[in-house]
Design a protein around this ligand. Structure first.
Ligand code: AP5
Length: 213
């Protein structure tokens, strides 16, 4: 199964992708996570991406497409994958079409998580994630048992540098301008499934399951 998870920042793509991965035994490929890992390791790619990410702007398409093409060579993606945060622009969608064509593969679904802007800002400014395992928390909706500490491995939780209110507002504007048009790219292929992304995490997941099964 090959799925694209589309939706604005804070729509719950990461949260839902982790649940899908567990049930369907496929890999999550998050370009945001890959970029953050590169930043953590201090690679040239991470250094190049930093200023775009901190401003809430998109990293250039050539950088993203080169990074994804490398990931696509990995055998662990063979059983299928869920693309989280990619593609995000029309040139990236064209690049993905070409990568799939080269491998003689098709997409199965493009899931679009829909959440109102006011809710997105509330979710993102309260997000915290584990510095080691990446587990996602929310200080309002899903807090850790112990302040600032991951329930799963005891590592410190981090507040993403792009989760400030001003940056979130820019990220939402960038999504509307550059990423939302991708719905029109995939609609003619009959792949788009709109999912109500409000309510509790399990209810949203059940809506996704109803589409996938
Ligand atoms: P990326 O890491 O992809 O971030 P994003 O798309 O902005 O999405 P988020 O990770 O912020 O949100 P999410 O939808 O995964 O929500 P989550 O599940 O965490 O990208 C970051 C940056 O990297 C970009 O701005 C760009 O600079 C760069 N980049 C990445 N990919 C790129 C690309 N392809 N091209 C160019 N640049 C790229 O949930 C959010 C919060 O809400 C959490 O606290 C969670 O606990 C909570 N929550 C989730 N579901 C619910 C619910 N149902 N109710 C209440 N709270 C909930």
């Amino acid at each position: 199964m090959r799925i694209i998870l589309l939706g604005p920042p804070g729509a719950g793509k990461g949260t839902q992708a982790k649940m899908i991965v567990k049930d369907f035994q496929i890999k999550q490929l998050s370009t945001g996570d890959l970029l953050r890992e590169n930043r953590k390791q201090g690679t040239d790619l991470g250094k190049e991406a930093q200023k775009f990410m901190d401003a809430g702007d998109l990293v250039p398409d050539s950088v993203i497409l080169g990074m994804v093409a490398e990931e696509f060579k990995k055998p662990e993606l063979e059983p299928g994958y869920i693309l989280d945060g990619f593609p995000r622009t029309c040139p990236q969608a064209d690049g993905l079409d070409q990568l799939l064509k080269d491998q003689n593969l098709n997409l199965d679904h493009v899931l679009v998580l829909e959440v109102p802007d006011s809710e997105l800002v509330r979710r993102l400014t309260a997000r915290r994630s584990c510095s080691e395992c990446g587990h996602i928390y929310n200080l309002v909706f899903n807090p850790p048992q112990k302040d600032g500490i991951c329930d799963h491995d005891g590592s410190p939780l981090i507040h993403r540098s792009d989760d400030t209110e001003a940056t979130v507002v820019n990220r939402l504007a960038v999504y509307k301008k550059q990423t939302e048009p991708l719905i029109d790219h995939y609609d003619p292929q009959g792949l788009v499934r709109h999912i109500d992304g409000t309510g509790n995490v399990q209810d949203i997941y059940n809506r996704i399951l109803a589409v996938l099964k």
